[in-house]
Design a protein around this ligand. Structure first.
Ligand code: F6P
Length: 322
């Protein structure tokens, strides 16, 4: 007899492309192992409110390619309180949920750990475009967001060259420069401004002028949201160089769209693994990917530990931008 009979699944925090593919995998793998699966709408807020929907094999059909999360997501201040957590637990118990899969980021995993400690085994799947969760090489949604930025960079590059302009592109990453670094490196940006490795504006300007002097017909500067405002950077560049400069803030377009093959695969693998782990009666765990192999680790090990960007890639981006 399996220890877990009914799995609940929720998405929480900022949405990320691939969340739907992960939900689908939890449902189908869970059912294949003999469990029932219940979807929780609007994250922990929905768990408290008992906002549930039964999920069948066919109810998760035709969602693997869709961006966003059909379960929707929300932030719940009430869930941060002990009272809110007790209500969430009671609501899960009343619905017969005896294991929970939480798809989200660091804040969402705190809830999963807390519920596990209170007696509801919960497993975390890392899904955030920011890719800043420790214990995994990649998070669901990161690759799609980087490809969205890359598409924008390549289009901007076309017009920048035609007009011999400098472009500043601000990308997401409130506390993390992963998106900026990956998109900047893949897109051949001249400078990448990261919250983790501040780059003085004088240095940005020196590099910019050097490039123009040796004949570059355009310049592309990527600014991670957490490193400052793209408009501010653009204004300073204009003031210090007099170059024709344009600014673009990519914004929430980075959070939407169909997941790339890499994200849809990662989500499918992680979702299935989470169902398997729960059906083995194991909770309080996190699913990660290391060297393309799925790994599990106690949630305590990854909580509150932001994954740093690699110096090697920062250096490489700089060398290649000469
Ligand atoms: O955590 C993902 C993220 O997209 C950050 O990069 C960004 O700063 C933030 O969410 C934006 O959050 P909101 O959707 O609440 O504006």
């Amino acid at each position: 007899m399996p220890l877990i009979r009914k799995i609940g699944v929720l998405t929480s925090g900022g949405d990320a492309p691939g969340m739907n593919a992960a939900v689908r995998a939890v449902v189908r793998r869970g059912i294949s192992l003999g469990a029932e699966v219940v979807g929780v709408r609007r994250g922990y807020a929905g768990l408290i409110a008992g906002d549930f929907m039964e999920l069948t094999v066919s109810s998760v059909g035709d969602i693997i390619h869709r961006g966003g999360t059909f379960l929707q997501t929300a932030r719940s201040d009430h869930f941060l309180t002990e009272e809110g957590q007790q209500e969430a637990l009671a609501s899960a118990r009343a619905a017969g949920i005896d294991g929970l899969v939480v798809i989200g980021g660091d804040g969402s995993f705190r809830g999963a750990l807390q519920l596990t400690r209170m007696g509801l085994p919960s497993v975390g799947i890392p899904a955030t475009i920011d890719n800043d969760i420790d214990g995994t090489d990649r998070t669901i949604g990161f690759d799609t967001a980087v490809n969205t930025c890359l598409d924008a960079i390549r289009k901007i590059r076309d017009t920048a060259t035609s007009h011999e302009r400098t472009f500043v592109l601000e990308v997401m990453g409130r506390d993390s420069g992963w998106i900026a670094l990956a998109a900047g490196l893949a897109g051949g940006a001249e400078s990448i401004l990261l919250p983790e490795r501040p780059l003085p504006m004088d240095e940005v300007v020196t590099r910019l002028k050097r490039g123009v002097e040796r004949g570059k017909r355009h310049t592309l500067i990527i600014v991670a949201e957490g490193a400052g405002s793209g408009f501010e950077v653009g204004r300073e560049i204009r003031e210090k160089t007099g170059y024709d400069t344009r600014v673009m803030v990519l914004g929430h377009i980075q959070r939407g769209g169909s997941p790339t093959a890499l994200d849809a695969m990662l989500a499918s693998r992680m979702g299935a693994k989470a169902a398997e782990v729960l059906m083995e009666g194991r909770g309080g765990l996190f699913i990660g990917v290391k060297n393309e192999e799925l790994v599990t680790a106690p949630l305590e090990q990854v909580l509150g530990r932001r994954k740093d960007i690699p110096d090697e890639l920062v250096d490489l981006a700089e060398i290649l931008a000469i």
